[in-house]
Design a protein around this ligand. Structure first.
Ligand code: TYD
Ligand code: MG
Length: 459
């Protein structure tokens, strides 16, 4: 028998070292190195050989490679399809992460049922719940598809045997942290196990052309447990997010080899499972406090779809010490920057003010086109002057207070018009080259001061 060696593997970042250390040199975390057995070398060589000899590939001229769209299998949920870039790609390995209880199992069981309804066999592997528990969930979701197979199993080899048996068209592994491979000695959920199992599943997905979705738990810091490396191994990484106390759930992709990473799908958790939200703007604006100081609506792009969201700011004098700057749902560093621009260019004395800025509805916006709306909401709260409830604002703010051009202006304005807003304030540079809808007034501005004059009036 080949000699077995041990190594120490960091459970946070996957760093490997032959000797134990208190602090991982890779990620600087303490006490994360765990002793693990290295697999017998003969064995690993064997695995490597089989995978490399199975396909003898030669370099091809790029002009002669046949381009072919990846075959995709759409589900009945357009929101889910869009996040994936238009449906499930055959042979893809997709990782879904999210907090416990957010609805990952529910979402994937619903998707499985929809595929099974089309008479494609689906294998749902649950390492966390018994088949009975999955059945109870299925009853709650009214799932009656005959082609949906449920397996409560954690041994990777058995899982693979069943995949070969049933020949499913779609596989769900819930979750990767419960699956183990026998020849890896460390516990399920450890870096080595997660990595080995994932790479094995990757080979199965690619060689058989079966799309496999794996659920991954999220650590306290919010990344998928196990090494970052896991994210590099898979074709797509989706996060399912939302606040526990709210019913809205957002599915977003942070990596996608087959589509854009800016898309998001919005769902609502109901009594009978997840329902799609097809009109997000209406929902996000539902609770808007019209006419309050510090509130303004922005037209932001989430991938290819415009959404209207309210931005709220609260500016109040600092009681003691350094002023606080807090941002929820947007980049933290934009708030002090925009406040500095307002102070310097528009003469607002903001240095002794605390600032709290929030994107309402629990959405996260990360494009510069929301700058102007953030600036206006800060100015509005500072002056205690309400903005016009019928206004939508969009534009990037530069350091000299100039308003810069944004992408996809037409779609943003159309969405604002669709929802009945009367005016939209946009960068002047965006005014040319398109025809705005007739029912909305479009105002072009070139500086922050100008935008403040339009939205808040003179003071
Ligand atoms: P679950 O899918 O088990 O979450 P995860 O797999 O991400 O841990 O979701 C569980 C939560 O969803 C639980 O709090 C109950 C709720 N839920 C509903 O509100 N409606 C439903 O139809 C179902 C199945 C679950
Ligand atoms: Mg679950």
């Amino acid at each position: 028998m080949a000699k077995r060696k041990t190594k120490f593997v960091c459970q946070e970042c996957g760093y490997e070292t032959p000797k134990w250390m208190g602090k991982c040199p890779g990620c600087n975390q303490w006490n994360t190195l765990v002793e693990e057995m290295t697999a017998a070398p003969a064995n690993s060589r064997h695995v490597f050989q089989t995978s490399s000899t199975s396909a003898t590939t030669k370099p091809e001229k790029i002009t002669q490679i046949k381009s072919q769209k990846e075959p995709r299998m759409p589900t009945d949920m357009p929101e889910f399809n869009r996040v994936l870039g238009g449906g499930i790609v055959a042979g893809s390995l997709v990782l879904i992460g999210g907090d416990p209880g957010i609805g990952k199992s529910t979402l994937l069981l619903q998707v499985s049922a929809q595929i099974a309804k089309k008479d494609f066999p689906v294998l749902y592997i649950s390492g966390e719940e018994s088949s009975r528990q999955t059945k109870l969930r299925a009853e709650r979701l009214d799932i009656t598809s005959d082609e949906l197979y449920v397996l409560s199993e954690t041994n990777l080899q058995d899982v693979i045997n069943q995949i070969e048996n049933i020949e499913p068209r779609f596989v769900v592994i819930d979750s990767i942290q419960t699956i183990f491979k026998e020849d890896v000695t460390s516990a399920p959920g450890s870096v080595s196990q997660v990595r080995e199992c994932t790479s094995h599943l990757m080979r199965i997905a690619k060689s058989k052309g079966i799309p496999i979705f794996i659920v991954g738990h999220v650590t306290k810091e919010g990344s998928i447990a196990g090494p970052r490396l896991l994210e590099h191994m898979v074709d797509a990484v989706l996060y399912f997010e939302g606040e526990r106390h709210h019913t809205f759930r957002i599915l977003r992709s942070v990596k996608n080899r087959f589509g854009s990473t800016h898309e998001m799908g919005i769902f609502e958790m109901k009594e009978k499972g997840l329902e799609e939200v097809l009109n997000p703007s209406e929902i996000f604006l539902e609770e808007r406090s019209q006419g309050a100081a510090g509130s303004i609506v922005v037209a932001s792009m989430e991938g290819t779809r415009p959404v209207l969201v309210e931005i709220q700011a609260l500016i109040s004098p600092t009681a003691y010490g350094n002023p606080r700057r807090m941002a929820t749902g947007l980049d933290n560093s934009r708030v002090p920057l925009l406040m500095a621009v307002l102070e310097k260019r528009a003469g607002l004395l903001l240095q002794n003010q605390d600032a709290y800025v929030k994107v309402a509805g629990g959405v996260k916006l990360d494009e510069p086109a929301i700058d102007l709306a953030v600036a206006i909401s800060i100015a509005s709260s500072f002056r205690d002057q309400s903005s016009n409830g019928d206004d939508v604002v969009v534009g990037e703010v530069g350091l000299t207070g100039e308003i810069r051009r944004v992408a996809r202006i037409e779609q943003r304005v159309q969405e604002a018009a669709k929802l009945g807003f009367k005016r939209v304030i946009i960068p002047k540079k965006n005014m040319d080259g398109w025809t705005p809808p007739s029912q909305i007034e479009v105002i072009g501005v070139s500086t922050v001061q100008e935008a403040m004059k339009v939205t808040l009036g003179d003071s």
